[in-house]
Design a protein around this ligand. Structure first.
Ligand code: ZN
Length: 156
């Protein structure tokens, strides 16, 4: 494969076993460390989150993660709709991300409404699916910590 600047373009997507959490990138700049996680909900090229469900999950998670910790820079859905990138301040490991994400997802599951689901606060307020988001959350958190921390499915 040709070598790219984007870390995930160099990842062999046929070798990963979703769901999983892994460090996609870590950068240090002027003494500040930033960690970017690859949070994969569905198996690449096999299964995809529904566009409305991933959008609702983004809203829920973007808010809940910030209730858990104060070092979130960004949470973005992947264009392929198989998961999210989570970027945070600090040198964090997947164990930290799993713990933080699980708590945020458990809280999101208690939510009966999608935050900022309106035309003032969202760019596509009609494209939402709370039930789809809840289903994706339940499927993700049903997996053990050991499983989620094993992106290539060699362990456990
Ligand atoms: Zn939105």
């Amino acid at each position: 494969m040709q070598e790219y600047k984007v870390e995930s373009f160099n990842l062999d997507h046929t070798k990963v076993v979703a769901p999983y959490i892994r460090v996609a990138d870590r950068k240090e700049w002027q003494g500040v460390t930033v960690t970017k996680f690859d949070i994969r909900f569905t198996q690449p090229n096999k299964e995809f989150l529904d566009p409305a469900a991933i959008h609702s999950l983004e809203h829920l998670l973007a808010e809940e993660l910030r209730h858990q910790v104060d070092n979130i820079i960004d949470l973005s859905p992947m264009g392929c709709r198989t998961g999210f990138y989570l970027t945070v301040f600090g040198k964090h490991d997947p164990e930290w991300a799993e713990h933080t994400l699980r708590k945020a997802l458990e809280e999101a599951l208690l939510s009966r409404e999608i935050p900022a689901k309106n035309e003032t606060q969202c760019g596509n307020a009609a494209l939402h699916n709370l039930e789809g988001a809840r289903k994706a959350i339940k499927e993700f958190i049903a997996h053990s910590r050991t499983k989620l921390l094993d992106p290539f499915g060699n362990g456990s």
